[in-house]
Design a protein around this ligand. Structure first.
Ligand code: GDP
Length: 442
């Protein structure tokens, strides 16, 4: 699945070269490729337009980190936006209600409703230890009722019998009553679908919804339907207060566009994806993982992550060279160290790993706020003062304190910390810093 999208995006990476910063002009061709790739993957046009606009807005001005190519930097932005498009985080099933929690399954015939009902029953039973009752309201197709009964048997899950002579709402209410009496945690109501959108079907499922008041109304949609999946999703979403989506047949040769569109079109989260005909083929949907899969570039993505999170290698080396060359460690360097530490996830994350000068010099338990203040104070100094802290006498200190919005005592404290750091740097053996910085980045 999604092979085209992946290979097109790979060419984006290759073709964007040698730029230090992403600009409106240099990403234009690449964005055109991304746009084509999405359209070819059957992503709905309004979604594509919106997506490209967001990527452009986010990407322009992005600095290309030293260890990345511009193409990789752009892919980083695309990845983040893809994740956002699909909803950022996994949306879990909501069962928080007086039992039985009713799950209503909606969707067209053949979308995978009955199969998904079985899969969901299995998951609820095995992973969440729920007592589940299954019922079918598909009175138009006796085979569908039989199919659910067979699934229930295979799963050893309770099944509420129904027949084509009954009315769907009566079946659902009777099942609900039964579930209440027998202490079922969850009642899954499978419904009838048609081959296309049909008013009678919509009226019926609406009536079912009103009768059993489900806490979850899941729209089941076949990913292989491409653009049609989106139109169907829109129609169901207009009729029913959907709470989530199950996207089936993602294991097939779908072009995957539906996965990228349905959330945007309906505003409802994809909660699960169907990845096979077997009852084990249901997975919780994770937008971030899906985005990585779409991009098919695990290695590039981890590289980007590392570059974004990690040490700025060039900076670290500069600092190390300085120590090696025996030059003075000044306030500028001190600040650079603090900035480095912040990039690596803040002081608390670093304290254990990093016997760095700045870390040692900052008071124990110093947090993000303390680092901010130190940076603020150093920023209020002139470049000359940073290079020659010995210039800092009373009047300069007062000026800096006013500039940084702190008391003069804080400047004194900082200078003491800095002196300590300076001593440490002197003590450090040749090349020790570089080694230390390298050790830290993982
Ligand atoms: P319903 O009419 O909506 O109840 O659809 P069914 O549950 O009967 O499914 C229709 C067909 O799709 C069946 O052949 C299922 O085995 C198949 N199916 C359902 N979900 C998946 C899936 O995630 N992957 C694959 N490959 N097939 C699926």
């Amino acid at each position: 699945m999604l092979d085209n999208l992946t290979s097109r995006l790979s060419s984006v990476i290759k073709n964007l070269r040698g730029q230090a910063r992403l600009t409106e002009t240099n990403i234009q061709d690449a964005l055109r490729e991304v746009r084509m790739a999405l359209l070819e993957a059957d992503v709905a046009l309004p979604v594509v337009k919106d997506f490209i606009a967001r990527v452009r807005e986010k990407a322009v001005g992005v600095e290309v980190l030293q260890s990345l190519t511009p193409g990789q930097a752009l892919i980083g932005v695309v990845h983040d936006e893809l994740t956002r498009l699909m909803g950022e985080h996994n949306a879990a099933l909501n069962l928080a209600t007086t039992p039985p929690a009713v799950i209503l399954m909606a969707g067209l015939q053949g979308s995978g409703k009955t199969t998904s009902s079985g899969k969901l029953a299995k998951l609820l039973k095995e992973q969440m230890k729920k007592k589940v009752l299954l019922v079918s309201c598909d009175v138009y197709r006796p085979a569908a009722i039989e199919q659910l009964k067979t699934l229930a048997g295979q799963l050893d899950v309770d099944y509420f019998p129904s027949s084509e002579t009954q009315k769907p709402v009566d079946i659902a209410l009777a099942a609900h009553d039964y579930a209440k009496k027998h202490f079922h945690d969850v009642l899954i109501v499978d419904t009838a679908g048609r081959l296309g959108i049909d008013q009678a079907m919509m009226d019926e499922i609406r009536a079912l919804h009103d009768a059993v008041k489900p806490i979850e109304t899941l729209f089941v949609v076949d990913a292989m339907q491409g653009q049609d999946a989106v139109n169907t999703a829109r129609a169901f979403n207009d009729t029913l207060p959907l709470t989530g989506i199950i996207l089936t047949k993602l294991d097939g040769d779908s072009r995957g566009g539906a996965a990228l569109s349905v959330r945007h079109i309906t505003g409802k989260p994809i909660k699960f994806v169907g990845v096979g005909e077997k009852l084990t083929g249901l997975e919780a949907f994770h937008p971030e993982r899906m985005a990585s899969r779409v991009l098919g570039m695990g290695d590039v993505l981890s590289l980007i992550e590392e570059a974004q999170r990690g040490v700025d290698h060039a900076e670290a080396k500069k600092l190390a060279d300085k120590v090696k060359s025996g030059k003075n460690f000044d306030l500028e360097d001190f600040k650079a160290q603090i900035t480095q530490m912040r990039k690596m996830g803040g002081l608390s994350a670093m304290m254990d790993k990093l016997p760095g000068a700045a870390a040692a010099a900052l008071p124990a338990g110093a947090d993000e706020k303390a680092m901010n203040r130190v940076e603020g104070i150093i920023n209020s100094m002139t470049p000359t003062e940073r290079r020659k802290p010995e210039l800092l006498k009373a009047s300069r200190k007062r000026r800096i304190a006013a500039g940084a919005g702190v008391q003069v005592q804080e400047i004194n404290r900082l200078l003491k910390q800095f002196e300590q750091a300076q001593k440490m740097m002197k003590m450090m053996s040749k090349g020790g810093l570089a080694k230390m910085m390298r050790g830290m980045k993982g």
